[in-house]
Design a protein around this ligand. Sequence first.
Ligand SMILES: Cc1cc2nc3c(=O)[nH]c(=O)nc-3n(C[C@H](O)[C@H](O)[C@H](O)COP(=O)(O)O)c2cc1C
Length: 219
Amino acid sequence: MKYTYRQMPEAMKGTFGDFSRSFGFSWKEFVMSVPSPMFLVTTFKSNGRPNACMQSWATFTSANHGNGFYAILGSVNKSGHLYQTLHEKREAVINFMSAEYHAACMATIQHNAFEADEIAAAGLTVKPADWVDAPMVRECFMNLECKYLWEKEIVPGDDHAMVCLEVLGAHIDEAHLADRTGEQGLLYNIHYQIDPERVGKTAHDYAGVLIKKIDVGEY
Ligand SMILES: Cc1cc2nc3c(=O)[nH]c(=O)nc-3n(C[C@H](O)[C@H](O)[C@H](O)COP(=O)(O)O)c2cc1C
């Protein structure tokens, strides 16, 4: 038997999954949850201080007939530092953390002042990127140096924008060269899954790792 949802389930009304629309979340995100990769995007602010912004409404794709690899940041808040710095510098680094550094990367959110070095304030180490004017996070096992390509509002007039970054190149820790998934691999954001028939009183997020399940074989 399948339950069917087109309107917000009655049991969700007045709960976190309802009022979090004011933070930009549709109730459907919690009922139809699809985990997505989690990473820290680093840029330089106009005062030269490093900025760090957790992102997870995101995916990656090849395009341009296989000649390029691109990050699609699906929904970047236009009033945040990331959006502002991307417009100023048009360069950024995408840093992937293993579970070990999840807490430190999350701590950047508590150090979001314009004057702050958001990477150092979270107990992480800044390393200048090689090909772009942006900081990298040394503790993150993979850093992708990127250039801003374009942006588009999903719905005209939206307060968030979909941003496309071209991945120029990568730095990958030797321990992750053979496999960037598994227990020490990249994290996925499992954003508060609501059981629409049994709605809890508080929200609860998880960060997940990817475990290989099916061997699709060589080709
Ligand atoms: C797991 C996680 C994922 C996030 N994903 C996004 C996202 O996709 N888009 C966004 O605008 N903010 C996202 N945020 C919120 C920003 O990281 C947060 O508002 C941050 O402080 C903004 O930093 P900034 O002012 O440097 O841009 C996410 C936060 C967390 C914890």
